[in-house]
Each structure stands twice: as C-alpha cells, then as structure tokens.
Design a protein around this ligand. Structure first.
Ligand code: ATP
Length: 282
C-alpha cells in the first residue's frame, strides 16, 4: 500500500444477517484524486464508504485510509478526514454561524468559519436557525461541516441531492477548488453529469462488487462506442444510423444533399447511457 494512495481496499466484505451488501470490493484512490462511486440503490456504496469512514465494521478485507485502518482510527486521523453523510443536519435552535463555529473548535487546524459559510453559499443565512433552512441549504451546511477541519480526504455521500441546478454548479466549483488545493475526494452520486464533471475516475459498483473503474471518458468502452448520425429526409421523416465512421457518413450525406443536411446531429453515448447499459447487464 504505497504512500501515494489515499485509500486502499482489498477484498472488502460486509453482510447484514444473510444479506450480502459488499461482496469483495477492491478499490484504490490516489492522493489528490476526485473519485466517484456510482451504482444503483442498494449496490453497497454507503456501506463501503461508511466502512472507510470508520463508522461501520467490516466482516473481511484490508482497508487503509490515509495509511490507517479506519477500524482503529484515532482523533488525529479523524481530524484529517472530512465527512458529509447522507441526510441533512439540523441543530435545533442554533444558527448556521453558531453550528459552524462550534464544529471548528473540534479541529486543530480549522478553517475560518465565516469564510467556509461564504464558500458554501450560506452567507445570507448566517443568522438563520438551522431548522428553518431549505433542504438544499441544510445540505450546504453539511458540506460546510465536512470541510471546516481542512480535511486531506473528503467523503461526500450524495452531496448534491436536493440542490437546484445553480446550487449544483456552485457546489461543483467548490469541489474543484478543494481538489485544486490538494484535497482527495471520494463521492457517491446518482447524477452521471456530476460524476463526469468532477471525477478523475469513476468506479461502478453493483451487487456489492466493483464492475468497472475508469475515467469518465473511457468507462465501459465509451470511446469506441458507435456514433449515431441522424437527419431528416425531404418528407420530414427521421433517418438515423449507428456508425464507427461518422465523418465518412457526413461526407456522403453532404454529397447527397445540395446545401445543409436537414436536422443533422451526431451523438455519442453519454456516460449515463454507458452506465445504464453496464448496470442493465447485471
Ligand atoms: P443507495 O444508492 O440507495 O444509497 P447504496 O449503494 O448506498 O444504496 P447500501 O446502503 O450500502 O447501498 O446498502 C447495500 C445493501 O445493504 C442493501 O441491500 C441494504 O438494504 C443493505 N443494508 C444497508 N444498511 C443496512 C443495515 N444497517 N442493516 C441491514 N441491511 C442494510
């Protein structure tokens, strides 16, 4: 397990009674990497991540997170790891500013709470009581609490669920900033565009095992997948063909048409198309 690895997992297994949730996961996340774990509901993502966070016991396997087995983690290790769990934090009558300042006090090298509040876009809600926040705002507060300790490694479990599109884009910028500053990030998400936009590599987990790990561009043989060329015939009907040589098809179409080819599009499978195919095959 080299020093350049933030996370190293071999043969991880976990069952709940007779139900096998994680059935032999191998995983490596490099320092400085943004890694997205994808998989359908019940695939074993949260179980895997919570074992890495030291919140769940495992049945079997080797796990090293920042060089430490999380099953035996101490306060020093905890201060180096940031965690944003699923579900939203509410802190009764406390305000946003009070909660973030309170959490900052737990860390030896905490960030400036006011800057962190601004960074997650909650400046206008500094004095709001947490129970009055919207779902997306509570999620932002969760993120603030995950990064207040300036973690070397940040776990984000479905971080943008409930965010509006603008908030999601702002959050992506925050993740890029954290990554540029050297933070290693492991996130789970059901949003394929989020994985594509943020992740250096993605791992697809299904039925408790990792079925592929790759960059978003190469996952599931995406780069060699056929392109679809479609256009409209003179009577308005849609024609389309799948081809490995779309440029040749375009050339032929251009020759056939005098001027513009009506309704011309060339598309390749999206990450979501590839992912759904992979999951469907299981
Ligand atoms: P989701 O996308 O829905 O969050 P997930 O990939 O995170 O799913 P897990 O929460 O890890 O999946 O669940 C994996 C399997 O383990 C599921 O079948 C789930 O029902 C089961 N499971 C998870 N937690 C427990 C628990 N505390 N007790 C019993 N079974 C559990």
């Amino acid at each position: 397990m080299g020093d350049e690895l933030a996370i190293s997992v071999r043969g991880l297994r976990k069952s709940y009674g007779g139900n096998v949730a994680v059935a032999g996961v191998d995983l490596e996340v490099h320092r400085g990497e943004v890694f997205a774990l994808l998989g359908p509901n019940g695939a074993g993502k949260t179980t895997t991540v919570e074992i890495l966070e030291g919140y769940r016991n495992r049945d079997d396997g080797e796990v090293s997170v920042l060089g430490v087995d999380p099953a035996h983690a101490d306060a020093d290790w905890r201060s180096r790891v940031g965690i944003v769990l699923q579900g939203t934090g509410e802190f009764d009558e406390l305000t946003v500013a009070e909660v973030v300042h309170h959490f900052a006090a737990f860390y030896p090298n905490a960030d400036d709470p006011d800057k962190v509040i601004a960074r997650v876009g909650l400046d206008a809600k500094r004095k709001a009581r947490t129970h009055s926040l919207s779902g997306g705002q509570k999620r932002r507060l969760d993120v603030a609490l995950g990064i207040i300790g300036r973690p070397e490694l940040l776990f984000l479990d479905e971080p943008t669920t409930g965010f509006d599109p603008e908030a999601r884009r702002e959050f992506w910028e925050l993740i890029r900033d954290l990554s540029a500053a050297g933070t290693t990030i492991l996130l789970t998400t059901h949003y394929l565009d989020e994985a594509e936009s943020l992740a250096d590599r993605v791992g697809v987990i299904s039925g408790g095992t990792i079925i592929d790990v790759s960059t978003p561009a190469l996952l599931g043989g995406r780069q060699s997948a056929l392109a679809t060329v479609s256009w409209r015939t003179p009577d308005g009907a849609l024609e389309q063909i799948e081809t490995a040589t779309p440029t040749a098809v375009l050339r032929e179409l251009a020759e056939r048409h005098d001027g513009e080819v009506p309704g011309l599009t060339v598309t390749r499978p999206t990450l979501e198309d590839i992912y759904l195919k992979m999951i469907g095959h299981r």
